[in-house]
Design a protein around this ligand. Structure first.
Ligand code: FE2
Length: 287
Protein backbone atom coordinates (compact mmCIF):
# COMPACT_ATOMS: atom_id res chain seq x y z
CA UNK A 1 0.00 0.00 0.00
CA UNK A 2 2.57 2.52 1.11
CA UNK A 3 4.82 1.50 -1.77
CA UNK A 4 1.96 2.06 -4.24
CA UNK A 5 1.01 5.41 -2.75
CA UNK A 6 4.62 6.46 -2.72
CA UNK A 7 5.01 5.45 -6.33
CA UNK A 8 1.91 7.40 -7.38
CA UNK A 9 3.01 10.43 -5.40
CA UNK A 10 6.43 10.31 -6.99
CA UNK A 11 4.88 9.90 -10.42
CA UNK A 12 2.60 12.90 -9.91
CA UNK A 13 5.41 14.98 -8.44
CA UNK A 14 7.69 14.07 -11.30
CA UNK A 15 5.04 14.85 -13.90
CA UNK A 16 4.05 18.17 -12.33
CA UNK A 17 7.70 19.20 -12.07
CA UNK A 18 7.87 19.15 -15.86
CA UNK A 19 4.52 20.87 -16.39
CA UNK A 20 4.86 24.65 -16.25
CA UNK A 21 2.09 27.22 -16.36
CA UNK A 22 3.33 30.67 -15.46
CA UNK A 23 6.30 32.05 -13.56
CA UNK A 24 7.86 35.41 -12.84
CA UNK A 25 11.18 36.14 -14.49
CA UNK A 26 13.78 38.79 -15.17
CA UNK A 27 15.01 39.98 -18.56
CA UNK A 28 18.69 39.24 -19.13
CA UNK A 29 18.80 40.36 -22.78
CA UNK A 30 16.23 41.95 -25.09
CA UNK A 31 16.19 42.24 -28.86
CA UNK A 32 13.81 45.14 -29.69
CA UNK A 33 13.81 44.35 -33.43
CA UNK A 34 12.94 40.67 -33.14
CA UNK A 35 10.92 41.23 -29.94
CA UNK A 36 12.51 38.33 -28.11
CA UNK A 37 14.36 38.06 -24.84
CA UNK A 38 16.53 35.85 -22.68
CA UNK A 39 14.79 35.41 -19.35
CA UNK A 40 15.89 34.07 -15.98
CA UNK A 41 13.03 32.64 -13.94
CA UNK A 42 12.93 34.02 -10.41
CA UNK A 43 11.43 31.03 -8.60
CA UNK A 44 13.93 28.24 -8.07
CA UNK A 45 12.97 24.67 -8.77
CA UNK A 46 12.95 22.28 -5.86
CA UNK A 47 12.57 18.51 -5.80
CA UNK A 48 12.08 16.81 -2.53
CA UNK A 49 15.31 15.95 -0.77
CA UNK A 50 17.25 18.17 -3.23
CA UNK A 51 18.68 21.64 -2.83
CA UNK A 52 16.72 24.39 -4.61
CA UNK A 53 18.34 25.31 -7.91
CA UNK A 54 17.89 27.96 -10.56
CA UNK A 55 16.13 27.10 -13.78
CA UNK A 56 18.30 27.32 -16.89
CA UNK A 57 18.25 30.67 -18.75
CA UNK A 58 15.29 30.72 -21.16
CA UNK A 59 16.66 31.91 -24.50
CA UNK A 60 14.98 33.72 -27.40
CA UNK A 61 11.63 33.87 -25.68
CA UNK A 62 8.98 35.64 -27.79
CA UNK A 63 7.81 38.87 -26.13
CA UNK A 64 4.10 39.62 -26.42
CA UNK A 65 2.95 43.19 -27.04
CA UNK A 66 0.03 45.12 -28.51
CA UNK A 67 0.32 44.50 -32.24
CA UNK A 68 -2.46 45.03 -34.75
CA UNK A 69 -2.18 45.36 -38.54
CA UNK A 70 0.13 48.31 -39.23
CA UNK A 71 0.44 49.33 -35.57
CA UNK A 72 2.54 48.26 -32.63
CA UNK A 73 3.32 49.37 -29.08
CA UNK A 74 6.93 48.44 -28.35
CA UNK A 75 7.92 48.49 -24.66
CA UNK A 76 11.71 49.03 -24.45
CA UNK A 77 12.54 46.13 -22.15
CA UNK A 78 15.94 46.36 -20.46
CA UNK A 79 18.17 43.86 -18.70
CA UNK A 80 16.80 43.56 -15.18
CA UNK A 81 13.15 44.24 -16.07
CA UNK A 82 10.69 41.98 -14.29
CA UNK A 83 8.30 40.06 -16.54
CA UNK A 84 5.60 37.40 -16.36
CA UNK A 85 6.29 34.28 -18.37
CA UNK A 86 3.68 31.81 -19.64
CA UNK A 87 4.41 28.34 -20.96
CA UNK A 88 2.43 27.39 -24.04
CA UNK A 89 0.32 24.24 -24.12
CA UNK A 90 2.25 22.74 -27.03
CA UNK A 91 5.53 23.36 -28.82
CA UNK A 92 5.69 26.82 -30.42
CA UNK A 93 9.03 26.59 -32.27
CA UNK A 94 7.58 26.43 -35.79
CA UNK A 95 4.60 28.70 -35.08
CA UNK A 96 6.70 31.67 -33.94
CA UNK A 97 8.84 31.61 -37.08
CA UNK A 98 6.16 32.76 -39.56
CA UNK A 99 2.98 32.99 -37.51
CA UNK A 100 1.40 30.12 -39.45
CA UNK A 101 -0.52 27.06 -38.30
CA UNK A 102 1.92 24.23 -37.64
CA UNK A 103 1.85 20.67 -36.36
CA UNK A 104 3.96 20.13 -33.24
CA UNK A 105 6.88 17.79 -33.88
CA UNK A 106 7.53 17.05 -30.22
CA UNK A 107 5.40 15.83 -27.36
CA UNK A 108 6.23 18.88 -25.24
CA UNK A 109 3.39 20.24 -23.13
CA UNK A 110 3.74 23.34 -20.95
CA UNK A 111 7.49 23.05 -21.37
CA UNK A 112 10.20 25.53 -20.41
CA UNK A 113 11.17 25.65 -24.09
CA UNK A 114 7.76 27.10 -24.99
CA UNK A 115 7.89 30.17 -22.80
CA UNK A 116 6.44 33.54 -23.84
CA UNK A 117 6.79 36.89 -22.06
CA UNK A 118 3.34 38.41 -21.58
CA UNK A 119 4.15 41.65 -19.75
CA UNK A 120 6.15 43.50 -17.15
CA UNK A 121 5.41 43.99 -13.48
CA UNK A 122 6.89 45.81 -10.52
CA UNK A 123 7.67 44.49 -7.05
CA UNK A 124 5.69 45.72 -4.05
CA UNK A 125 8.90 47.34 -2.75
CA UNK A 126 8.61 49.97 -5.50
CA UNK A 127 5.97 52.66 -6.06
CA UNK A 128 4.84 54.84 -8.94
CA UNK A 129 4.15 58.55 -8.24
CA UNK A 130 0.67 59.19 -6.82
CA UNK A 131 -0.18 61.77 -9.54
CA UNK A 132 -2.83 61.05 -12.19
CA UNK A 133 -4.12 57.97 -10.41
CA UNK A 134 -7.47 58.29 -12.26
CA UNK A 135 -5.97 59.10 -15.65
CA UNK A 136 -4.45 57.13 -18.50
CA UNK A 137 -0.68 57.54 -18.26
CA UNK A 138 2.23 56.64 -20.50
CA UNK A 139 5.31 57.75 -18.63
CA UNK A 140 8.78 57.19 -17.28
CA UNK A 141 8.46 55.48 -13.93
CA UNK A 142 9.33 58.73 -12.08
CA UNK A 143 6.83 60.66 -14.30
CA UNK A 144 9.62 63.06 -15.37
CA UNK A 145 8.15 62.66 -18.85
CA UNK A 146 4.52 61.65 -19.34
CA UNK A 147 1.57 61.71 -21.67
CA UNK A 148 -1.68 61.87 -19.74
CA UNK A 149 -5.29 61.64 -20.89
CA UNK A 150 -7.24 63.02 -17.96
CA UNK A 151 -10.46 61.36 -16.91
CA UNK A 152 -12.35 64.39 -15.61
CA UNK A 153 -11.92 67.14 -18.21
CA UNK A 154 -10.72 65.35 -21.37
CA UNK A 155 -7.43 67.21 -21.10
CA UNK A 156 -4.48 65.66 -22.93
CA UNK A 157 -1.31 66.65 -21.10
CA UNK A 158 2.22 66.21 -22.43
CA UNK A 159 4.72 67.07 -19.73
CA UNK A 160 8.47 66.59 -19.54
CA UNK A 161 11.56 67.85 -17.72
CA UNK A 162 13.30 67.75 -21.10
CA UNK A 163 12.49 69.03 -24.59
CA UNK A 164 9.40 68.28 -26.70
CA UNK A 165 10.01 67.78 -30.39
CA UNK A 166 7.35 67.61 -33.12
CA UNK A 167 8.80 66.85 -36.54
CA UNK A 168 7.03 66.30 -39.84
CA UNK A 169 8.08 66.17 -43.48
CA UNK A 170 4.69 67.67 -44.34
CA UNK A 171 2.46 70.26 -42.68
CA UNK A 172 2.06 70.63 -38.93
CA UNK A 173 -1.33 72.02 -37.92
CA UNK A 174 -2.45 73.17 -34.51
CA UNK A 175 -6.15 74.03 -34.49
CA UNK A 176 -8.30 75.13 -31.61
CA UNK A 177 -11.71 76.71 -31.17
CA UNK A 178 -10.33 78.39 -28.06
CA UNK A 179 -7.21 80.51 -27.62
CA UNK A 180 -3.78 79.37 -28.80
CA UNK A 181 -1.14 80.45 -26.30
CA UNK A 182 2.62 80.03 -26.56
CA UNK A 183 4.45 81.07 -23.40
CA UNK A 184 8.17 80.77 -22.90
CA UNK A 185 10.57 81.82 -20.17
CA UNK A 186 13.19 81.83 -22.92
CA UNK A 187 12.90 82.99 -26.52
CA UNK A 188 9.98 82.37 -28.88
CA UNK A 189 11.18 81.95 -32.44
CA UNK A 190 9.23 81.37 -35.65
CA UNK A 191 11.48 80.57 -38.60
CA UNK A 192 10.31 79.76 -42.11
CA UNK A 193 12.12 78.97 -45.35
CA UNK A 194 8.92 80.21 -47.00
CA UNK A 195 6.55 82.96 -45.90
CA UNK A 196 5.73 83.69 -42.27
CA UNK A 197 2.22 85.12 -41.97
CA UNK A 198 0.32 86.24 -38.88
CA UNK A 199 -3.38 86.76 -39.60
CA UNK A 200 -6.08 87.66 -37.12
CA UNK A 201 -9.75 88.54 -37.52
CA UNK A 202 -9.24 90.81 -34.53
CA UNK A 203 -6.27 92.92 -33.40
CA UNK A 204 -2.62 91.87 -33.73
CA UNK A 205 -0.39 93.20 -30.97
CA UNK A 206 3.39 92.89 -30.79
CA UNK A 207 4.78 93.98 -27.44
CA UNK A 208 8.42 94.02 -26.48
CA UNK A 209 10.11 94.85 -23.19
CA UNK A 210 13.21 95.73 -25.23
CA UNK A 211 13.60 96.65 -28.88
CA UNK A 212 11.21 95.56 -31.62
CA UNK A 213 12.88 95.00 -34.98
CA UNK A 214 11.38 94.24 -38.37
CA UNK A 215 14.05 93.47 -40.94
CA UNK A 216 13.44 92.71 -44.59
CA UNK A 217 15.80 91.94 -47.48
CA UNK A 218 13.05 93.21 -49.78
CA UNK A 219 10.42 95.85 -49.17
CA UNK A 220 9.06 96.58 -45.69
CA UNK A 221 5.39 97.49 -46.03
CA UNK A 222 3.18 98.91 -43.29
CA UNK A 223 -0.39 99.00 -44.53
CA UNK A 224 -3.55 99.91 -42.66
CA UNK A 225 -7.21 100.34 -43.60
CA UNK A 226 -7.38 103.03 -40.92
CA UNK A 227 -4.60 105.27 -39.64
CA UNK A 228 -1.00 104.04 -39.67
CA UNK A 229 0.61 105.59 -36.61
CA UNK A 230 4.31 105.53 -35.71
CA UNK A 231 4.90 106.57 -32.09
CA UNK A 232 8.23 107.14 -30.43
CA UNK A 233 10.09 109.53 -28.16
CA UNK A 234 11.49 110.58 -31.54
CA UNK A 235 10.59 109.27 -34.98
CA UNK A 236 13.57 108.84 -37.30
CA UNK A 237 13.47 108.18 -41.02
CA UNK A 238 16.92 106.73 -41.59
CA UNK A 239 19.26 105.48 -38.88
CA UNK A 240 21.47 108.62 -39.15
CA UNK A 241 18.56 111.08 -39.39
CA UNK A 242 19.42 114.48 -37.87
CA UNK A 243 17.30 117.03 -39.80
CA UNK A 244 13.95 118.13 -38.42
CA UNK A 245 10.86 117.38 -40.51
CA UNK A 246 8.88 120.33 -41.89
CA UNK A 247 5.47 121.16 -40.38
CA UNK A 248 3.58 121.64 -43.65
CA UNK A 249 0.63 123.73 -42.45
CA UNK A 250 2.85 126.06 -40.44
CA UNK A 251 5.20 126.48 -43.38
CA UNK A 252 2.26 127.17 -45.68
CA UNK A 253 0.88 129.81 -43.33
CA UNK A 254 4.28 131.46 -43.03
CA UNK A 255 4.81 131.42 -46.79
CA UNK A 256 1.46 133.04 -47.43
CA UNK A 257 1.99 135.74 -44.81
CA UNK A 258 5.66 136.58 -45.00
CA UNK A 259 6.99 139.93 -46.18
CA UNK A 260 10.39 141.17 -47.26
CA UNK A 261 12.24 144.28 -46.17
CA UNK A 262 12.57 147.00 -48.82
CA UNK A 263 14.21 150.47 -48.88
CA UNK A 264 10.76 151.98 -49.16
CA UNK A 265 9.31 149.86 -46.41
CA UNK A 266 8.33 146.23 -45.98
CA UNK A 267 6.69 144.55 -48.90
CA UNK A 268 3.25 143.09 -48.67
CA UNK A 269 2.65 139.43 -48.45
CA UNK A 270 2.99 137.29 -51.61
CA UNK A 271 0.57 138.17 -54.36
CA UNK A 272 -0.18 134.48 -54.86
CA UNK A 273 -0.90 132.10 -51.99
CA UNK A 274 0.87 128.80 -51.87
CA UNK A 275 -1.95 126.34 -52.38
CA UNK A 276 -2.88 123.42 -50.14
CA UNK A 277 -1.63 121.08 -52.86
CA UNK A 278 1.90 121.84 -51.62
CA UNK A 279 1.23 119.83 -48.46
CA UNK A 280 0.27 116.21 -48.20
CA UNK A 281 -3.34 115.40 -47.55
CA UNK A 282 -2.27 112.01 -46.18
CA UNK A 283 0.92 112.41 -44.15
CA UNK A 284 0.85 114.41 -40.92
CA UNK A 285 3.62 114.98 -38.43
CA UNK A 286 3.40 115.75 -34.75
CA UNK A 287 4.41 119.21 -33.50
FE1 FE2 B 1 9.34 135.59 -50.32
Amino acid sequence: MSHTVGFVEDFIENTLSRLHTAMMGKIEKFDPEAMKADVQLLVKRKYKKHEAASYPLLQEVPVMTVKTGAFVVRPPYQKGDLVMVLFAEREIDAVVQEGTEEEPVSKRRHALEDAVVIGGWMPFSEDLPEDNADDLVIARTDFSARIVIQKDDNKVHIQTDGPVLVEAEEDVEVKTEGDAIVEAEGDVKVEADGEAVIEAADDVTVEAGGDATVTASGEALLEAGGDAIVEGSSVLLGASAGEAAVLGDSLLAWLNGHTHSHPEGPTGSPQQDAGDDLVSGKVEVED
